[in-house]
Design a protein around this ligand. Structure first.
Ligand SMILES: Cc1cc2nc3c(=O)[nH]c(=O)nc-3n(C[C@H](O)[C@H](O)[C@H](O)COP(=O)(O)OP(=O)(O)OC[C@H]3O[C@@H](n4cnc5c(N)ncnc54)[C@H](O)[C@@H]3O)c2cc1C
Length: 421
């Protein structure tokens, strides 16, 4: 199917998470050429960092895989990793876009055999695992990454001075002389699908994030629970690798608070309920406490909430956490006011998980004719005044994967109007 007027155009998609991948495949299957620009070394966005999806609790690789299969086999999609848009000129139906692609230092001959990492003498914090471990400077972003290719982190690699990876690679896949490239693309319409970053709770008074090792955030919890995570899937205390007898989930950690993050991210309650199930699976006897303002599990998610709540060692406490302190054993005391009883509650546990919210990802320093319009929380507004520019998924508002997929599909239908003469 071609666009409304039957002509073929080109759509630029910025961001290669589930929203961007969906936009790309929908546009391509509607007959358009697509260029997708992703700043990381791999496609999949935040979903690729999840252990399981609520509500079905299947691995995210399933959902991603379906769309990635359509993506990989489409002759109309061109994608660039390690790339960001620098400039957008022109107007609706006729944009001219300048993209900067940073070097991967590994070419398409890479078979992901790992010989380069074996000999690489340098380590770097593993950002895929939220710095909960290290990789070599020559690294595969994660086991199921697409593209399945190593990359070399130039921030720590000594380059040709070392060159051990070049000698170790029998496929000639490493090129330490790769340089940044500038790529020019013409596009009729642009879809921003730049997604979200986890809110940094370091500054939230009293919660101890960044100070106490056993206070982690919800994305770290996803990585702990994942088989390809830093502990091979075992949920444990960061300070001493001990198992969990009790855990507190702190809802709205910084969120819905005028001092920090005003908005509700909409998915953190379901995220914690899902993670309570991860804990229960590994620790049948653990006490699980959830401190909350309101539990937001709307519509079809209500069933998931009710089923989780039926667990007799799952305790809900309606109250905002005021203070967390860690003792010399690494145990944490969580203090809150139970707003239903009016009494102060103190709970000592092994691990605290902060349900931190979603903030709009930094879109990079793009020069653009006309401002991108954002709401008071920094998310892109639904319709941009520059016709032909659209936002999709969590770039627009925090939401779950199914909503992102529907949204990206709808946005492409609008973008098609600008394709062709
Ligand atoms: C703890 C937690 C658990 C969750 N669990 C679930 C769950 O179980 N089920 C569910 O449905 N939802 C869940 N969610 C929500 C889910 O993560 C989001 O719905 C999903 O990530 C949104 O996808 P997206 O593509 O819009 O954004 P993202 O996943 O953030 O993808 C955006 C992509 O754009 C790229 N990008 C950003 N800026 C630029 C730029 N300037 N240039 C180029 N590329 C750029 C990023 O690198 C990224 O690849 C959870 C959220 C949290 C916080």
């Amino acid at each position: 199917m071609m666009s409304g007027n039957g002509k073929q155009g080109k759509i630029l998609v910025i961001g290669g998470g589930i929203s961007g991948i969906t936009a790309a495949v929908e546009a391509a299957e509607a007959g358009q050429e697509v260029v997708l620009v992703e700043k990381r070394t791999y496609l999949g966005g935040r979903v690729a960092q999840m252990n399981e999806y609520f509500p079905k609790l299947c691995p995210p690789s399933c959902g991603l895989e379906i769309n990635l299969r359509r993506f990989k086999t489409s002759p109309r999609i061109r994608w660039l990793t390690l790339s960001q848009v620098e400039k957008i000129a022109g107007g609706p139906g006729n944009y001219h876009v300048t993209i900067k692609r940073n070097p991967r230092f590994v070419n398409d001959k890479c078979t992901a055999c790992g010989a380069c990492a074996e000999v690489c003498p340098v380590e770097r914090p593993d950002e895929y695992n939220f710095d909960l471990g290290f990789t070599k400077a020559a690294y595969l972003p994660y086991e199921m990454a697409y593209p399945s290719q190593f990359a070399i982190d130039s921030a720590v690699c000594p380059g040709t001075e070392c060159g051990k990876c070049v000698d170790a690679c029998e496929y000639g896949a490493i090129d330490l002389d790769m340089k940044p490239e500038t790529i020019e693309v013409d596009a009729n319409a642009i879809v921003w699908a730049t997604g979200w970053d986890p809110y940094d709770a370091t500054d939230v008074a009293g919660l101890g994030f960044g100070t106490y090792k056993n206070v982690i955030n919800n994305m770290m919890m996803e990585r702990y629970a994942s088989v390809d995570g830093p502990t091979g899937g075992k949920i444990q205390r960061p300070s001493d690798q001990k198992g969990i007898e009790s855990v507190v989930f702190v809802q709205c950690a910084g969120s819905r608070d005028d001092n920090y993050l005003k908005h509700c991210s909409g998915v953190c309650c379901m995220g914690s309920l899902k993670q309570a199930r991860y804990v229960r699976e590994q620790y049948p006897e653990a006490d699980i406490y959830v401190f909350y303002i309101d539990i937001r599990a709307p519509g079809r998610f209500e069933d998931f909430f009710v089923a989780t709540k039926n667990d007799e060692k799952f305790h809900l406490i309606k109250g905002k956490v005021a203070k967390i302190t860690e003792d010399s054993n690494g145990d944490l005391e969580v203090v809150a006011e139970d707003t239903l009883s009016g009494k102060q509650v103190k709970q000592t546990v092994n691990l605290v998980v902060l349900a931190t919210g979603l903030v709009p990802a930094n879109g990079g320093a793009v020069q653009i004719e006309g401002e991108l319009q954002r709401d008071e929380h920094g998310f892109l507004t639904i319709e941009q005044s520059m016709g032909g520019v659209f936002a999709a998924g969590c770039a627009k508002r925090p939401t779950d994967v199914a909503t992102c997929v529907r949204d990206a599909t709808g946005v492409v239908a609008k973008a098609l109007y600008f394709c062709g003469e």
